[in-house]
Design a protein around this ligand. Structure first.
Ligand SMILES: Nc1ncnc2c1ncn2[C@@H]1O[C@H](COP(=O)(O)OP(=O)(O)O)[C@@H](O)[C@H]1O
Ligand SMILES: [Mg+2]
Length: 332
């Protein structure tokens, strides 16, 4: 399977008066053509900054990508000129953000925005673009699509606006879409509907998908692989089946217990992880999760665990990875 995106040892820091915030600290992952992956972790773990780093949209100063490569279609896009990068952003990599009102222009109709995007990115004529705009709105499941082209963003509900954003992201026929918590503000049923639309269109168009979320419950059935981030690092990754069925990091286990799952009837009660993720300044050379971990031992507080293979295609950065299933059982 060809890789559409390969992120290698990417690090982005913020240089602030209080110190260096290591928001993303050496992460590596890849996405295959047409594959859907999820990046999960609590708020403040570096998910958005990692996505913005890939798009080269981190505010600088104070932010700077200090090392790493982002190989997209065989090219390190961190080395492109700003105008080449604009082309990648508009045409090759689409984005959907949490708050569509900030990405949609409030004073232009949806039809105008879609049409302009299609003309600009795909070189369509206005007539063709207008027709395609209607088709796209229809594809993302907006009722009465043709007629709604003349409506403005505020005339759509939150869920419908998110669908418009997906249509806009798809309008340039990108190789990959990065969706950063696109449905977080919506209720769970609408979240599932929006994700469903995004996933089925991505499959239909052969678009790869990176879904960023703090909710390991909702992404379950839409991602083939899951990457778990904590304190700026990847602490576990594997196929969705491995992550949900055989988690190898106490943090992942905690995330699984703290969210309602769509793919499971409610048997166990929710059990949120106590405490908060650390500030990413002056982190000690230790496991960042140790202060919140039920299973931490001395070694966890004095050494940084590296990602190691648990099973084929499944890695975790925990000294107690192998015993975790037993420990969790004993603890339950
Ligand atoms: N402009 C900034 N200046 C300083 N720190 C920042 C800035 N933007 C983000 N950060 C820090 O980077 C870390 C990761 O943030 P973010 O990627 O937004 O987390 P997530 O998306 O996982 O919630 C946080 O600790 C946040 O405070
Ligand atoms: Mg975020």
């Amino acid at each position: 399977m060809a890789k559409v995106l390969e992120v290698k040892d990417l690090a982005t820091y913020f240089f602030t008066a209080d110190g260096v915030v290591k928001a993303v600290d050496g992460i590596s992952y890849h996405v295959d053509e047409g594959e859907s992956i999820a990046i999960v972790g609590e708020s403040g773990c570096g998910k958005s900054v990692s996505a913005l780093s890939v798009m080269r949209l981190v505010a600088s100063p104070p932010g700077r990508t200090v090392h790493g490569e982002v190989v997209f279609e065989g090219q390190d896009i961190l080395k492109l000129s700003e105008s080449e990068m604009r082309h990648v952003r508009g045409n090759r990599i689409g984005m959907v953000f949490q708050e569509p009102m900030t990405s949609l222009n409030p004073v232009l109709s949806i039809g105008y925005q879609l049409t302009e995007s299609l003309m600009l990115h795909l070189g369509m004529t206005r007539v063709d673009a207008r027709e395609r705009a209607g088709e796209l709105l229809n594809l993302v499941g907006i009722p009465d699509a043709e007629r709604r082209l003349k409506d403005y963003p505020h005339q759509f509900s939150g869920g419908m606006r998110q669908r418009v954003m997906i249509a806009l992201a798809l309008s340039c026929n990108p190789k990959i879409i990065i969706a950063d918590e696109p449905t977080t503000a919506l209720d769970v049923t609408i979240q599932a509907q929006v994700l469903e639309v995004m996933k089925s269109l991505a499959d239909e168009f052969g678009t790869a998908l990176i879904m960023i979320t703090h909710n390991l419950g909702v992404v379950a059935r839409y991602a083939q692989r899951v990457i778990v981030m904590y304190a700026g690092k990847i602490i576990e990754s594997g196929s969705a089946k491995q992550i949900y069925g055989d988690p190898r990091h106490p943090y992942t286990l905690g995330l699984l217990k703290s969210v309602p799952r769509l793919d499971e009837s409610r048997k166990e009660k929710l059990d949120p992880i106590e405490g908060l993720p650390p500030l990413l300044i002056n982190l000690p050379a230790a496991c960042s999760f140790a202060p919140r971990c039920k299973y931490a031992i001395d070694k966890c507080r004095s050494e940084v665990p590296q990602l190691e293979m648990a099973t084929d295609g499944h890695v975790s950065a925990c000294f107690r990875s192998k015993e975790l299933a037993q420990l969790a059982k004993a603890h339950a």
